[in-house]
Design a protein. Sequence first.
Length: 631
Amino acid sequence: MADIKYKTRGESSPQGKPRVWFCAHPDDYKPFFAPMAEAILQKQNCAVYYDGEPTAPYDEESLFLDLGRMNLFLMPVTYRLLHTRNRALDVEFRYAIAHHIPVLPILQESGLETDFNAICGDLQCLDPHTEDATALSYDEKLTKYLSSVLVGDELAEKIRKAFDAYIFLSYRKKDRKYAQELMHLIHKNDFCRDIAIWYDEFLTPGENFNDSIAEAMKKSSLFALAVTPNLVNEENYVMTVEYPEARKAEKPILPAVLVPTDADLLRTLYEAIPDPVHVSDGTALTDALLDRMKGIAVRENDDDPEHNFFIGLAYLNGIDVETDHARALSLIESAANADLPEAMEKLVAMYQNGEGVPRSYETAVAWQRKLVAYRKHRYQTTLAEDDAQAYISAIWNLGDALYALRRIEKAKEAYTEMHTACEEMHARFATKRTHRNLSISYDRLGDIEMKLGNLNGAKALYTKFLAISEALAEGTQTVEARRDLSISYEKLGDIETQLDNLGGAKALYTKALALSEALAKETQTVEARRDLAVSYNKLGNIETALGNLGGAKALYTKALAIREPLAEETQTVEARRDLSISYEKLGNIETQLGNLNGAKALYTKALAISEALAKETQTVKARRNLSISYD
């Protein structure tokens, strides 16, 4: 790679962190990298890698070595990414799909879903620009997705504790491909399966012998040395630091020759080095490993599903071992077939995201059904509330997966089963949690009826969702309960709008607004404040339709008062576009009121934002908005 760089929390070392690759059109680096990387790092302690020279010539072998170590590709989707030739789409994206590395496409402009799916397949995109406050928020979807793909710190610690032992792999950085080959050759020996290999994948030549390397050397049971002519043709870090440290610590040393190297020179430059083993002699390498790892590679937990699950996750994510998708799938499947629910959940995520396996939404649904069956049986066995909740969550997720696949009738069956179970469980436990579950089942069934065009059926179900949400909000006063109530008012308001009952819609949106105002004041989150601005806009649209231009103006002005500081604080494309929309809506009102100078001033502010966004992003949507501003 020409100039690989990374961003982490607090500029910390990337060693041992999940690896995310920023896969973007070169012109999309400047407007999108910083905000997207920041959003990822807020949610996951990972390393976001990118090419500092995305238009420079590159070595394909080196590029693929880097990409092969990534756990996730983060892709900002723009018109130019899809419709102009670029390395991100033509090379990097294709590599990720071919090697079953998950890709997270995030739409940076609306209306590209059809083009994206036609060009890139049936990947599901995230859209940060939706104004539907009743849907699962973009922030929640992003959090859920990242947690399903990237291993968090707590789980990574459990995985590392599952290994029998560690090998420290020392190599010249220019020999990275040989180091990876040696890792594979070591793990071809079945008795080494549960042995981790510490591999300083992205440290630069000459970097100090830092704490992470010192700790890795301390806990390793063997020092493996990847031998090539690069070890002896010049003074290097392995020669002057790592090898002397291994001798000082009295570690067993295994030199493995991957490229023929001057043996006499090797012995001269590396004091007391043992006779090297040639990797072309598989038997000799196996015997050397057996001799040096005797009593360490115990493999005593092979029948433990949790142990196999952790080791499988290590090979899936390349955590202190090479990435080996086939071995990972075998281990995780064995744990799932032994009724480990965490393994079933991981298989669902793997097939949904194409992580280590070909993406298959149908296979993901099949594993989700197995998880539902397991959770249901366990609940029926224990009759414990926690097991009841786990069953509800499983059937709820099944319904959501089927709904996302537009298999509406099957989703309706899942939500109906969820509703029946929620009624039974609430009758048994009668807790706030079971009461909320029941409300969500009404909400999901209402969504189904909306999708089927049955507005009256949806209205009846949302009304039941509202009744429970009101009771819970009054009884608990939690943010969650009040947000549920706000959503129920808004969904019913949307139905009344479609039924052309603007008075009824106004009454419902007004109640939703009151809750949004309280939540925004209480939480002060960007999302809550943006939702409040959307609520003002919805009511403003109703007042406009009713001919109450003064009322609409007041509401749009309140939305503007929220969006101006949000745009200033965040400087995101999304926040600035929202601000431009507010100026335009107020400009439209002033035009209808006959205040042309006021309208001109507002449209001029909208134009300034549109010009800046069009220049920065060069997206079709941004240029179209600029055209509208001029108009």
